[in-house]
Design a protein around this ligand. Structure first.
Ligand code: PMP
Length: 418
């Protein structure tokens, strides 16, 4: 009898049979409050009626029209509609299926556009599991170990993770930018560096928002050296952080290439890269593409997703409910020394667990996650050491559901910490 890969690591014991809004249900109709949202994907909630209806209609009309063979109208309409939410000047789009694929496409575009080979990534980065993206992922060793030889030409600069560094945010930014200058002076010369890839909120690396001034510092160095600034907004885009894009928290910073996926299509596989027409035009013909990229049903889901985000005010709701959740998490942390830090932005929030000696406590983070699941609250861990529990609910979450989650959370923390 075939089975799933024995090394598949499932974070919760749940086998879901249906989803509705903020909740998942199993075959026994047990209900779980889902604060994982398919790793930040189902931002409009599970099976939002408008997304379901758009998908149903599209599936009856056209499922697949492969864009290098036959164009289809959903892709053209989506491209037009994304113009309403993309930063000015990023008006050329290219579509793929997953985050990793979009990262690979951005990498290739950056190399073609600059004629340079190297890329700089940040300490604690995660850009995906395909071979190029894995070579660019430093949020732990598991993405790279044993997989080599990896793509050469990747240099790593520090991320301004103030808490981990034991510095103020301002000092952490200065430290990280000095580190970047050092990398450019010693490892990856500017004239060999195509791009700097950055997550505006470090995701798998522990939910660390870039502090004020950091992205502006990156933008300044990129401009000075003719290096492209690539923002991986795969997890942070589509309202997740309380702004449509996370980089909007850093006024005036616009990337050369923006990567999006996850929240784009409410659970359908769809990703995209955006750049100026001029920059995108420097990709070599035939270098971009994929059989399923920009699938018509996925595009229909994305169009409905954009409507729902706008009509239900989900970006503002993410900001408002994010503040409520952050306040609640800080209250729980106040009485529990093992919760060493609470951080994040919008509905991308996390609690970091440390042992009495201050070392990362991944076992405790896992125990809290399990205790929460037993109580009906689904959560994920993250962080370079796996000692961070993150909350990433759909953007449709209500104040009542935030409070429900906080009650379950403080119970779970109390039970696991003891
Ligand atoms: N970049 C970031 C910032 C991500 O969060 C992820 C997924 N967690 C990826 C890239 C990879 O996306 P995918 O799993 O769709 O390939």
């Amino acid at each position: 009898m075939p089975q799933l890969s024995p090394v598949l690591q499932q974070a919760t014991p749940v086998v879901a049979t249906r989803g509705e809004g903020m909740y998942l249900y199993d075959a026994d109709d047990r209900r779980y409050l889902d604060f994982t949202a398919g790793v930040g994907v189902t931002n409009t909630g599970h099976c939002h009626p408008r997304v379901v209806e758009a998908v149903r209609q599209q599936a009856g009309q056209l499922i697949h029209g492969q864009y290098t063979t036959v164009m289809h109208d959903r892709l053209l309409t989506l491209t037009e509609r994304l113009g309403e939410v993309l930063p000015a000047g990023l008006d050329a789009l290219f579509y793929l299926n997953s985050g990793s694929e979009a990262v690979e496409a951005a990498l290739r575009l950056a190399r073609h556009a600059t004629g340079r080979q190297n890329v700089i990534v940040l300490d604690g980065s995660f850009h995906g599991r395909t071979m190029g993206a894995a070579a660019m992922s430093t949020a732990g060793t598991r993405f790279r170990a044993g997989s080599g030889p990896l793509m050469p030409g990747v240099a790593v600069a520090p991320f301004p993770h103030a808490f981990a560094l034991g510095l103020s945010e301002e000092a952490a930014v200065a430290h990280a930018l000095r580190g970047l200058d050092h990398v450019l002076a010693t490892v990856s010369a500017p004239e060999e560096t195509a791009a700097i890839f950055v997550e505006p909120v470090l995701g798998e690396g522990g939910y660390v928002p870039a502090p004020p001034g950091y992205l502006a510092g990156l933008r300044e160095r990129a401009d000075r050296h003719g290096i492209l600034l690539v923002l991986d907004e795969i997890q942070t885009g589509f309202g997740r952080t309380g702004r449509f894009w996370a980089h909007e928290h850093s006024a005036g910073v616009v990337p050369d290439i923006l990567i999006t996926a996850k929240g784009l299509a409410s659970g359908f596989p769809l990703s995209a890269i955006a750049a100026s027409v001029e920059l995108m035009g420097r990709a070599r013909p035939g270098s971009q593409g994929g059989t399923y990229g920009g699938n018509a049903v996925a595009c229909a889901a994305a169009l409905a997703t954009l409507d729902v985000i706008r009509d239900e005010g989900l970006v503002a709701n993410a900001a408002e409910q994010g503040r409520r959740l952050a306040d609640g998490l800080r209250k729980t942390a106040a009485g529990v020394p093992a919760v060493a830090d609470v951080r994040g932005t919008g509905l991308m929030l996390a609690s970091e667990f440390r042992g009495p000696d201050g070392s990362p406590d991944a076992a405790l983070a896992r125990a809290v996650q399990q205790a929460a699941a037993e109580r009906g609250l689904l959560l994920l861990t993250c962080g370079v050491h796996g000692n961070v529990v993150r909350m990433i609910p759909a953007l449709v979450v209500t104040a009542e559901q935030i409070d429900e989650a906080l009650t379950l959370w403080s119970d779970a923390v109390a039970a696991a910490v003891r």
